[in-house]
Write a protein that binds this ligand. Structure first.
Ligand code: C5P
Length: 310
């Protein structure tokens, strides 16, 4: 089928995310852990440009080390394009260009943002006309974080992190992010958490297989008050991530000394997210951390999910 395919290119922008709260429960038989998390989309974006083509191809720009992102069917944006083509019965292709700003393997969902952006871009380029719900189903098949990159904003994720419900967040939160050149493997960090829990002893209760985000976290987001949110920031994976990378703890301490309200490892790390009172506070933290040799970014959230530009 050729659908209503366009001869123009389509440019889509999708955000990276941080986990404001991450509770990790027990491990299911499939190896995945029960989660209760709050995602917030932040103003650090991936851009995907889709151009008409008979076959499928991809180029990735903005990488310091090009070997860190695969250009074959392991690439999530490529998989997204092919999944949409199969679902729509479309027999053409696409030439994808990905311009990266979200760090690779930083726990910020950069690959998931690429996939969400590729779905939206190819849907527009090919004139597929899928509903948001249908795109969401395809996104969920690509990975647990892809539906969130499609929707953006602030959302609660339960189940394995893939069951999404929008959360009300008022105002704007200012974050300073400290990313790392060296990524952290997500399975390694979850495995370390299991090992640490085992060491805690047989007397500890088994972690639950279903859990919720605590009410105070949701209230703090609704209030739009950075100080309340600072009190609610939490990550069950943090101890495991710090076990693998002790320097992350030092980064948090530097951030607090520089005036951040609170700091956590985001998701499975290694990105550290420091919540600041306002934009001026964030600029101050950013400059102070630069003096310690770090390369911090000032972002804000929540921001919208994958959107067509221009
Ligand atoms: O979903 P994703 O492919 O990013 O997950 C990578 C790995 O992280 C999984 O193979 C699993 O080891 C771990 N994981 C987990 N529980 C989750 C999500 C991820 O144990 N809910």
């Amino acid at each position: 089928m050729s659908l209503g395919s366009s001869s123009e290119s389509v440019h889509v922008r999708a955000p990276g995310k941080i986990n404001v709260y991450l509770g990790v429960g027990g491990r299911h038989d499939d190896g995945y852990h029960a989660l209760a998390t709050v995602f917030q989309a932040v103003s650090l974006y991936e851009d995907v440009i889709a151009r008409p083509s008979a076959g499928f191809s991809i180029v990735v720009k903005g990488l310091e080390d090009p070997s860190t992102v695969p250009l074959d069917d392991r690439n999530l944006a490529m998989r997204a394009a092919k999944l949409l083509a199969a679902a729509a019965g479309y027999d053409g292709g696409v030439a994808l260009e990905v311009r990266k700003s979200v760090p690779v393997a930083g726990g910020m969902g950069g690959g998931s943002a690429d996939a969400a952006a590729a779905l939206v871009a190819c849907d527009a380029l090919w004139g597929t006309g899928f509903s948001q719900a249908r795109l969401h189903d395809l996104a969920a098949r690509l990975g647990a974080d892809v539906p969130f990159a499609l929707h953006g904003g602030t959302a609660v994720g339960t189940g394995r992190g893939d069951q999404l419900n929008p959360a009300l967040a008022r105002g704007r939160f200012d974050w300073v992010l400290v990313t790392s050149e060296q990524g952290l493997s997500t399975p390694t960090v979850y495995g370390r958490l299991d090992a640490l829990r085992e060491e805690e002893g047989a007397l500890a209760d088994d972690p639950p297989l279903s859990l919720d985000v605590p009410i105070p976290v949701l209230q703090a987001l609704r209030s739009g008050d950075a100080e309340s949110l600072a009190e609610s920031l939490h990550n069950d994976l943090q101890a495991a991530a710090v076990h693998e990378r002790p320097d992350l703890e030092e980064t948090i301490v530097h951030g607090l000394r520089a005036g951040a309200l609170h700091g956590i490892v985001s998701g499975s790390g290694p990105t550290v997210a420091l919540l600041c009172a306002d934009p001026e506070g964030a600029q101050q933290v950013q400059s102070a951390l630069r003096e310690t040799g770090l390369d911090p970014l000032h972002v804000h959230g929540p921001v919208p999910g994958a959107r067509i530009l221009g």
